[in-house]
Structures are given as structure tokens and as C-alpha cells.
Design a protein around this ligand. Structure first.
Ligand code: G3P
Length: 217
């Protein structure tokens, strides 16, 4: 399973990348707003830091506008993946860009039928939003399961990118179901490594080690 980091905060990305935890990055207009940075500048910096795909989202809602913005975003760096909303125009743009081998992440997916359409349009990634479904008391993980079944049945190559992840539990469940990628906020990515028994066990080992008076040298 690949981990993308879901942020436009360059410092966070740098730190997590140095830990070897980052296979790619996803951004969206809200994350760009949160960064307080210019989209082109910040996206370029992220692309320079990370080897994997960096999703940058269009804001046009019509096909021609999306195609024009996609061309601008693609000029930022080789590893740009164009993020398109799951609308009819978005699907049309997905089909056109995929035909030209441009990587596309189709976002704001909330149903299995939407995911089916994105795969048929040649999407590289489909982004089902788990947390936002959970917010409405609908099981977001059920959607991941349904998409996994459909994609496996028809052998679609589109990768399932579990998005709107809010907890370590979400990551575990998405991994168990077989999502190809999870895009994870920095705090949740760090939290994956922590367990109270690890901390407790380490403290006990270090205390005993101190008592031995030894040094590893
Ligand atoms: O990857 C999509 C993500 O940024 C949305 O997350 O928490 O705003 O639903 P959230």
C-alpha cells in the first residue's frame, strides 16, 4: 500500500519524506488556502521534494476550462497528477487527458457508480472520500469495498486512493480492504507509528539498560 500525504505544507512534507514515509502528495484548493501560498510556487516546491505523483486540482468546472488549467498545472513539473472533480465534464477531461498518458486523479467520489465511470474514463487514481461519508453516518469503508470488488471483477487498472482519511483506524481498514493508496494527513501518518506499549516497553528497556552500566561502542 502506498502512502500519499494530504497537505500543501512543505515543511511537513519534507519531514515525512525524510522519514521515508511519502510515496506521493495530494493537494486541493482548501489545502492550498491553508498553506497561504501561491499554488504554482508551492506545488513546484512539493514536486521538487517528492519523487512520486503530486496531485494538483483544477478549479474550472467546464471541460475546456479544465483542459486549459490541466495544461498549466502539467507545466509545473513532470510528476504532476491532474486532479479533476467527479462530474460529467471532469470525466470527459479525464478521458481526454488519460488518452494522452497524463496521470489523472478523479476526486470527490462518493459512490461505486462514480468510481466505475472514472475507471472507464481511464483515471489513474480514484479518490473515494471516507471521512465525509462517515460524517453523514454512511460507512465510508463500505464504498472502498464496493470499488475494490468492481475494479477486481473488471480488472480495471485505476488505483483506489482512499481519501478524506481522519484516523489511524481508517488507514488500517483501507489497507485490509486492499486500497492501493491512502492519502493521509501528516498527523495521522505520524500516529501510525505510535503505540503506548511501544513507549512503555522502550522506557523499561532503557531503564534496565541504564542499570547495567554498559555502553554499545
Ligand atoms: O484527500 C481529500 C481530503 O483532503 C479531504 O479530507 O478531511 O477535508 O474530508 P477532508
Amino acid at each position: 500500500m502506498k502512502f500519499f500525504v494530504d497537505t500543501a505544507q512543505v515543511d511537513e512534507i519534507r519531514e515525512l519524506n525524510e522519514l521515508g514515509l511519502v510515496d506521493g502528495v495530494t493537494t486541493n484548493p482548501s489545502l492550498i488556502l491553508k498553506s497561504g501560498r501561491d499554488i504554482t510556487e508551492v506545488t513546484k516546491e512539493i514536486c521538487d521534494l517528492v519523487d512520486g505523483p503530486v496531485s494538483a486540482e483544477v478549479t474550472a468546472t467546464d471541460y475546456d476550462g479544465m483542459m486549459a488549467e490541466a495544461a498549466v498545472l502539467r507545466k509545473i513539473a513532470e510528476n504532476i497528477c491532474v486532479k479533476l472533480p467527479l462530474t460529467l465534464d471532469g470525466l470527459k477531461a479525464c478521458k481526454a487527458l488519460s488518452a494522452k498518458d497524463v496521470p489523472v486523479n478523479v476526486t470527490l467520489c462518493f459512490s461505486a457508480n462514480q468510481a466505475l465511470l472514472a475507471a472507464k474514463a481511464g483515471a489513474t487514481f480514484i479518490s473515494p472520500f471516507i471521512g465525509r461519508l462517515d460524517d453523514m453516518a454512511i460507512d465510508g469503508m463500505e464504498l472502498i469495498e464496493e470499488i475494490r470488488t468492481i475494479y477486481d471483477t473488471y480488472q480495471f487498472k485505476t488505483e483506489i486512493l482512499a481519501a478524506s482519511i481522519r484516523s489511524v483506524g481508517h488507514v488500517k481498514q483501507a489497507a485490509l480492504i486492499g486500497a492501493d493508496v491512502a492519502t493521509v494527513p501528516p498527523g495521522v501518518l505520524r500516529a501510525l507509528a505510535s503505540h503506548p506499549l511501544t513507549d512503555k516497553g522502550l522506557a523499561a528497556f532503557l531503564a534496565d539498560w541504564e542499570k547495567t552500566g554498559q555502553k554499545i561502542s
